[in-house]
Design a protein around this ligand. Structure first.
Ligand code: SER
Length: 336
């Protein structure tokens, strides 16, 4: 028999692990997880795990035939730095993989007459500011501004936002009777920082890498200039925003793509925070001009007014609480 299910793809990534932890605690869902890798030991038993490639049609067919999805959290993606090393693969995974999954959500919505929710993490990488002057002048970027991404990752995020909106609002618009369509909802995340995992393959990674290195007494050479500024958020707030958006009544949503953020820091501000708690940290700045250019094209901060107004978004952690109560104590424990 088909079981009502929440699906998390890319569960072995940073957001995926944190999301599984929280959703499994709630015990409200039958959870199926999906990743190229096996589920880490600490998570075993929290979900039915399927190991495989998002581009493998036979696995997707199995998922579609075996389960009735109520919510799909689609976290599987290649991040921005990896995407620049393997642009075609990034396109296949991030764009084609996402559309293949949207097809499942879409067909199940029509077959059951219930809108399957498709929750999608987009990114500050969907933006592209032409130069540093614009980055300084347009400080709080709103959802509709400067969407000219310069990475394959950013392009695929922006594209999937559009396709998600299409599947939710217009799919089969010429049919005699409007079909029941899937319900796409997306968050443009800033750089995310977890106390429990270290990112890999992203370009906002300099923040979390600096902190995790300091906690292990390892020297760290930061790959961007001191003055580079982007917004950040800690993982518990990222998970909270995903679940709150998934649970928000559809009629409250004025858009399907929302900015969310917590605090904005320059690399130097980040260093200051790290030095405050780890005074012996050895941090140097050795910019990699190519990765630097990517971060220069991202906004210094995001305007998340729409999320605040429509579904009551508010981060729990400002910068002080983030370091003092979440990051530093948990990271100290981790590397003790
Ligand atoms: N963290 C992502 C990256 O650096 C941006 O969303 O690629």
């Amino acid at each position: 028999m088909l079981k009502k299910t929440t699906l998390i793809t890319g569960v072995c990534g940073e957001i995926g692990q944190a999301l599984l932890e929280t959703l499994a605690e709630k015990k409200e869902h039958n959870i199926v997880t999906f990743d190229l890798k096996p589920l880490p030991k600490a998570f075993q038993g929290k979900s039915t795990h399927i190991e495989g490639d998002i581009l493998d049609e036979s696995i997707l067919a199995h998922l579609a035939n075996e389960y009735e999805f109520e919510v799909i959290y689609h976290m599987a993606a290649l991040l921005s730095t990896t995407g620049e090393k393997k642009p075609l693969l990034a396109h296949e995974v991030n764009a084609c993989g996402t559309i293949a999954l949207m097809e499942i959500a879409s067909k199940q919505s029509r077959a059951r007459g219930e809108r399957v929710k498709f929750i999608f993490p987009s990114s500050i990488a969907a933006y592209g500011l032409p130069d540093l002057k614009t980055k300084t002048e347009h400080y709080y970027i709103g959802e509709k501004e400067c969407t000219e991404p310069t990475t394959m990752y950013g392009c695929t995020k922006l594209y999937c936002e559009k396709i998600g909106n299409y599947y939710s609002e217009y799919l089969l618009q010429l049919a005699e009777e409007a079909p029941v369509r899937m319900d796409f909802r997306s968050l443009r995340f800033p750089g995310l920082i977890s106390a429990f995992t270290v990112p890999s393959g992203g370009t906002s990674d300099f923040g979390p890498e600096m902190l995790h290195a300091a906690a292990q007494n390892k020297p760290y050479a930061c790959f961007v200039r001191r003055d580079v500024r982007i917004p950040f958020m800690v993982m518990p707030d990222a998970v909270k925003s995903l679940i709150t958006l998934a649970n928000a009544p559809l009629e409250n949503l004025s858009t399907r793509v929302y900015n969310v953020t917590s605090f904005s820091l320059s690399a130097e501000d980040f260093e200051e925070q790290v030095q405050k708690y780890f005074p012996n940290a050895e941090i140097t700045f050795e910019p990699d001009l190519k990765r630097q250019a990517i971060v220069d094209s991202w906004p210094a901060d995001l305007n998340d007014d729409a999320a605040r107004k429509d579904w009551g978004w508010k981060p729990d952690y400002d910068v002080t609480r983030a370091f003092e109560e979440y990051l530093v104590p948990n990271i100290r424990k981790r590397y003790r």
